[in-house]
Design a protein around this ligand. Structure first.
Ligand SMILES: [Zn+2]
Length: 147
């Protein structure tokens, strides 16, 4: 039996050193740590599994890539019951370091403007998941009917 406590996703990644060693940031992130996301869900229970890595693409441009997954409790807009919505959200962000670069990159990729050397991993995950949430969640149960 595996009793090792789950590793938590670090709050920040240090961009310069993380890029140099193509660091991997993997771990659990409880919904309760993300107040804006918790407000958009039916409750603040559960957690997500986050697997991100910093690397350079073929053109040496820095990227944050990976995947966020988990089950989020949403309220069905039709029957109003809470159900577990399966989250599977790819992350593919080009890291840019000034606004000029941001404007240029945004034409071809999703850009993230790094304010200082710290990449706020929790805040980035929260933003990505908020964007991935369905606008009108439906539980898709057989007996789903208007409340
Ligand atoms: Zn329903």
């Amino acid at each position: 039996m595996n009793t090792t406590p789950k590793k938590m996703l670090p709050l920040y990644a240090k961009v310069s050193s993380a890029l140099a060693r193509e660091a991997v940031y993997a771990g659990a992130l409880p919904i309760s740590r993300l107040p804006r996301l918790a407000d958009a869900l039916a409750d603040n229970t559960g957690e997500m599994a986050v697997d991100l890595h910093l690397a350079r693409d073929a053109r040496r441009a820095p990227k944050l890539e990976g995947e966020i997954s988990g089950a989020l409790n949403l309220q069905c807009q039709r029957c109003l019951r809470v159900f577990a919505w399966p989250l599977s959200c790819p992350v593919d962000l080009r890291l840019v370091f000034n606004e000029e670069e941001e404007t240029r990159v945004m034409k071809e990729a999703e850009a993230y403007l790094v304010a200082d050397d710290n990449l706020p991993l929790h805040a980035i995950v929260e933003e990505e998941v908020l964007l991935a949430l369905p606008l009108a969640p439906r539980c898709e149960r057989d007996d789903c009917s208007p409340h």
